[in-house]
Write a protein that binds this ligand. Structure first.
Ligand SMILES: *[C@@H]1O[C@H](CO)[C@@H](O)[C@H](O)[C@H]1NC(C)=O
Ligand SMILES: *[C@@H]1O[C@H](CO)[C@@H](O)[C@H](O)[C@H]1NC(C)=O
Ligand SMILES: *[C@@H]1O[C@H](CO)[C@@H](O)[C@H](O)[C@H]1NC(C)=O
Ligand SMILES: *[C@@H]1O[C@H](CO)[C@@H](O)[C@H](O)[C@H]1NC(C)=O
Ligand SMILES: *[C@@H]1O[C@H](CO)[C@@H](O)[C@H](O)[C@H]1NC(C)=O
Ligand SMILES: *[C@@H]1O[C@H](CO)[C@@H](O)[C@H](O)[C@H]1NC(C)=O
Ligand SMILES: *[C@@H]1O[C@H](CO)[C@@H](O)[C@H](O)[C@H]1NC(C)=O
Ligand SMILES: *[C@@H]1O[C@H](CO)[C@@H](O)[C@H](O)[C@H]1NC(C)=O
Ligand SMILES: *[C@@H]1O[C@H](CO)[C@@H](O)[C@H](O)[C@H]1NC(C)=O
Ligand SMILES: *[C@@H]1O[C@H](CO)[C@@H](O)[C@H](O)[C@H]1NC(C)=O
Length: 758
């Protein structure tokens, strides 16, 4: 019987493979890709594609003029910056354009006509880059607004242009929706070869007559297609810091002829590529010849266009197109007849022996397999029924049922699942659906009949102790209803080992996120603070708001799960204790995880809420340092993270142990505050430690403060200058060797109206 089944299975798999192969052959000639970056080079920074000649590290770019800095330390998602400047890149195209973000100019007035905000942005580009004169427009918004844009062009001559935007009443604007023709909005083009941009704006009447509906003026250079004026922009622009502009890039400063003379520095390396003169500055660009596409800056970078890939480039029926050098053909496969064209005769199905055989075989196999299954299931069913009842009793089912019935039943109360349900959900506990394994047992991912995804915990052995823990977890969890606790949906007692069914949390454990290098990078300080505050909130709730109070007893980063939004979900209540209301400490057997265990509890065996506080302190230190609570890979004095952390605090070298991923501008005070909090949680005497409620309140306070701070920060010229003060001597650039963008905030100085503009 078993042997027969086995053979059948092999046949079945073969049949499926055959069908699959036939399918994949017919579609495998689409999807040609060309290399974007050099081998071993990053070709992305978040969702910005970085094609060669640009690159993020040495050996990846054409020369240092094409360096892109991907800053993943302080930004999540990471941001791409031009060279080492503060100019953010949002798109790089091989056609020779960069999309970058430029600050916008603002002047806002209070009711008493005092100017409250005044930002005049500037930008400096280096050689090889010019502001696109065709894609961008200088745009001025407001009802009492004059603005000019001025600066230097490549040939060092100045340019200066601008316009006046004006309106009398709000009604003037209604006709102006979408257009930008002088009422509330005006636009002027800029000249070619612009290298520096300074914007100045002013209000001749201090917005006196229009303040009620327009109290701010704005002026900015912007990619024309990215901005469409509407009167709503008077207020919507108030919160906008930057808008995109397009910048042209080119290689070198000579003509194509000059460049070709020196083949080692000539950039158009590919066959079938061509060189084009740059028409907005010096130098040249490369592109692929007609009929080819790809990256002309690589040898063999230009590849033949596969017309079959793009339905708009060929007129064949679907899957009937065959690509040829510089062209394509419509071809019918064997056994079909016709011309394969969409508007022609197409392909008419002939008889296909192979397909028929495969299909016939597969149906036969399925029928046989089903029959075999039925017999197998029927034979086993009787055995199961006998066993299930036995396990139910062995697993304390009666005890639990009793417990659950005694407690008030609400719709949220845990449900008892049948073993069939869970077997079906997990494909008979197949290895492929295992999502976690550890000392406690195995966790499977399952899909219930109602398509709900669940996590099913199967404990390892069945000694009496574990059954107690298991029932304990069910009882504790059925008391708790909190958005930061993994919800227990129910359990199953009919199997040899008991099964617990939880809501499925899909983003792994905090431990994973802290200790996996790539994940840790994405776990920003913001997220860490939120996770800490949420976990602390749960513990504070368990300790004081839950009735009776609950001590978790096994707080560690591996027991804090995260969902896709990085919301913390505390799990694993197997060791938790319900504390009778008249007692504050419980004599128990010491239980927990090394590295997180409260030293006082280990000595006295007296369990109190402060043991959770200690363990939580260790989690805080993990979040701060990105290190494991206990690791034998570290030198002896650093093995125990808690004591190592305390000793570095004592030495005043906190910043040496903090995780590089969270040390950023402007959060030092928060890092210190959380470190101090962790230190208090780790006090040896439980009495000295703060309560979980105090910890939660402090973390929540820090989190709110941070939110406020993030909203309030405005680019500030001093900060920008310090960013720009870094010398940029790594590329030859003549005068003005630094590039960057910034604000001149001349809050106390009104510029004299400069003549010019139109
Ligand atoms: C790139 O990512 C940013 C932020 O994640 C998003 O706002 C933007 O729309 C994305 N751009 C594209 C083209 O996907
Ligand atoms: C990332 O940006 C921050 C803030 O703008 C800056 O302080 C830091 O030096 C940058 N890091 C890298 C690697 O460029
Ligand atoms: C970048 O620009 C190119 C060309 O303009 C465009 O095809 C592409 O979709 C853009 N990518 C992003 C992420 O905006
Ligand atoms: C301008 O008006 C808006 C509401 O229309 C207000 O929120 C804002 O504070 C005002 N700005 C100034 C500088 O008074
Ligand atoms: C005008 O009002 C703002 C706040 O609305 C205040 O800060 C400023 O001092 C006032 N200026 C004068 C001259 O009253
Ligand atoms: C533009 O502004 C920058 C920064 O304030 C300044 O250094 C530069 O001289 C200005 N350019 C011109 C042409 O005035
Ligand atoms: C605008 O305000 C400035 C200073 O606040 C003042 O000197 C000037 O006379 C005002 N102009 C008008 C037209 O009110
Ligand atoms: C300008 O207004 C339009 C329409 O309200 C809006 O879609 C657009 O986002 C606004 N642009 C900016 C930069 O605020
Ligand atoms: C980069 O290459 C171009 C073209 O060969 C050259 O003009 C430019 O000076 C080079 N820049 C550096 C920093 O080597
Ligand atoms: C050609 O370019 C290379 C690299 O830029 C440079 O070292 C060499 O001197 C150049 N040769 C001539 C003849 O200009």
């Amino acid at each position: 019987m078993a042997m027969g089944l086995h053979l059948l299975q092999v046949q079945f798999i073969l049949a499926i493979l055959l069908i699959f192969l036939a399918k994949s052959i017919s579609s495998s000639n689409t999807g040609v890709t060309f290399p974007i970056a050099k081998p071993n080079c990053d070709d992305h920074c978040a969702n910005v594609t970085i094609p060669f000649p640009f690159g993020t590290k040495e050996g990846c770019y054409f020369n240092s003029s094409f360096l892109v800095t991907c800053n993943d330390t302080c930004y999540n998602p990471p941001k791409a910056f031009l060279r080492k400047s503060n100019i953010e890149i949002t798109n790089i195209s091989l056609d020779g354009q960069l999309r970058i973000l430029q600050f916008i100019g603002k002047a806002c007035y209070a009711r008493n006509r005092t100017r409250m905000v005044y930002d005049n942005p500037w930008m400096r580009l280096s050689r090889g880059l010019t502001v696109s004169n065709t894609a961008n427009k200088f745009t001025v918004i407001g009802c009492d607004t004059n603005a000019i844009v001025y600066g230097n062009r490549l040939n060092k001559n100045e340019y200066r242009t601008g316009c006046r935007s004006w309106c009398n009443t709000k009604d003037d604007l209604e006709d102006d929706e979408g257009s930008c023709s002088g009422l509330g909005c005006c636009q002027v083009p800029i000249p070619k070869e612009v290298r520096t941009v300074n914007v100045t704006l002013w209000s001749p009447q201090n917005h006196t007559n229009v303040w009620d509906f327009n109290n701010c003026s704005y002026a900015f250079l912007v990619e024309q297609s990215a901005f469409r004026f509407s009167p709503g922009n008077f207020s919507s622009l108030r919160d906008v810091k930057t808008l995109p502009i397009l910048v042209d890039w080119s290689i070198g400063d000579g003509t194509c002829e000059e460049a070709r003379k020196n083949s080692s520095s000539y950039a158009c390396k590919s066959t079938n590529s061509k060189c084009e003169k740059h028409n907005n500055g010096y130098g040249y660009r490369c592109s692929c010849q007609n009929g080819y596409q790809g990256n002309p800056y690589f040898i063999n970078g230009c590849q033949e266009i596969d017309e079959c890939k793009d339905p708009s480039l060929n007129d064949c029926e679907k899957d009937r197109c065959v690509n040829t050098q510089g062209d394509f053909k419509c071809v019918c496969p064997k056994g079909y007849q016709g011309d394969g064209k969409k508007d022609g005769r197409g392909c008419i199905r002939g008889q296909s022996l192979v397909l028929k055989l495969v299909a016939g075989n597969a149906i036969g196999v399925i029928v046989l397999l089903l029959a075999a299954c039925c017999i197998y299931v029927e034979l086993n069913r009787r055995k199961f029924v006998r066993m299930k009842h036995k396990f139910f009793l062995q697993n304390g089912g009666l005890l639990l049922q009793e417990q659950l019935i005694r407690r008030d039943k609400s719709p949220d109360t845990a449900k008892i699942f049948s073993s069939e349900e869970l077997k079906k959900a997990t494909n008979n506990f197949h290895d492929s659906v295992i999502i976690g394994q550890g000392g406690f047992g195995t966790v499977y991912k399952g899909i219930l009949a109602n398509n709900k995804i669940v996590a099913i915990k199967k404990s390892k052995e069945v000694d009496l102790n574990q059954i107690e823990q298991f029932i304990n977890e069910v009882i504790v969890l059925s008391q708790i209803n909190h958005k930061n606790v993994v919800r227990l949906l129910g359990c199953c007692l009919e199997t040899q080992v008991p099964l617990l069914v939880y809501e499925f949390i899909n983003n792994g454990t905090l431990f994973e996120h802290i200790n996996n290098k790539t994940k840790a990078r994405v776990l920003s300080w913001d997220k860490r603070l939120t996770v800490a505050a949420e976990a602390a909130g749960v513990l504070a709730y368990l300790h004081s708001a839950a009735s009776p109070p609950i001590i978790h007893r096994d707080i560690k980063s591996a027991n804090i799960l995260l969902d896709t939004n990085f919301t913390a979900k505390v799990s694993d209540f197997g060791a938790s204790r319900l504390v009778p209301l008249d007692q504050t400490q419980l004599p128990t057997m010491v239980q927990g995880t090394f590295g997180y265990l409260d030293p006082e509890y280990m000595q006295t065996n007296q369990l109190t809420e402060k043991s959770d506080v200690y363990s939580f302190g260790v989690v805080l230190v993990e979040l701060l340092t990105g290190k494991k609570a206990l690791s034998y890979d570290r030198p002896e004095e650093e093995r125990n993270l808690a004591s190592y952390f305390l000793s570095t605090l004592k030495q005043g070298s906190l910043f040496k142990v903090l995780d590089d991923n969270i040390v950023c501008e402007g959060n030092n005070e928060e890092l210190i505050a959380v470190s101090m909090l962790a230190k208090m949680c780790l006090y040896v005497r439980g009495e000295d430690r703060p309560s979980m409620k105090e910890v939660a309140m402090e973390l929540e306070r820090l989190r709110l403060l941070r939110k406020h701070y993030l909203v309030q920060t405005q680019p500030n010229s001093e900060e920008m200058e310090s960013l720009l003060s870094e010398p940029m001597n790594d590329f030859r650039n003549g005068e003005g060797s630094s590039i960057g963008i910034g604000y001149d905030s001349m809050r106390n100085h009104i510029p004299s109206p400069i003549s010019g503009g139109r």
